[in-house]
Design a protein around this ligand. Structure first.
Ligand SMILES: [Zn+2]
Length: 154
């Protein structure tokens, strides 16, 4: 496997990325700490491999009043900053435990690109699910927007 070539704006450029590589990268980011009395960050780390073969990373942000976002969101935002929308593989780790993405993150990945239906969600070193298996009825496919009004289609 080739090693890291360079790091730019939270993006590692590398080839031959294994599930274990992504798990270890996400695990290295999971370092929970308090920023203030009510804000905690980085209890969860995320690493994703984009369709173009780049790795993007992120951490979660959580506040006592339930503001904040998942680690997947910040990794995906890094990817978008670099003009990419397709995710080949993704993993989020809390301490030593892999967390599958929440419903909001699943829907976000799907709405970014239909190609993400085939994103591999890493739930173990040798165990993955396709996003389409974890999101059989995406919200976006069940709802049609007509003249600014939302209509449920099923
Ligand atoms: Zn989430």
């Amino acid at each position: 496997m080739k090693k890291v070539v360079k790091i730019v704006k939270g993006k590692l450029i590398r080839e031959g990325v294994s599930n274990k590589d992504l798990i270890n990268r996400a695990k290295s980011l999971s370092n929970a700490r308090n920023l203030s009395k009510s804000v905690r960050v980085a209890s969860v780390g995320c690493a994703l491999l984009s369709g173009k073969g780049n790795i993007y990373i992120g951490i979660n942000v959580h506040t006592d009043c339930d503001l904040g976002f998942c680690a997947e969101h910040s990794a995906i935002a890094n990817m978008i900053l670099n003009g990419e929308y397709v995710i080949k593989k993704i993993v989020a780790v809390h301490g030593d435990k892999i967390y599958p993405p929440c419903g909001r993150c699943r829907e976000l990945m799907y709405q970014l690109s239909r190609e993400n239906r085939n994103t591999e969600i890493i739930v173990g070193e040798t165990h993955t699910h396709k996003l389409k298996e974890l999101l059989p009825d995406p919200w976006e496919d069940l709802v049609v927007k007509t003249n600014g009004k939302t209509k449920v289609t099923k």
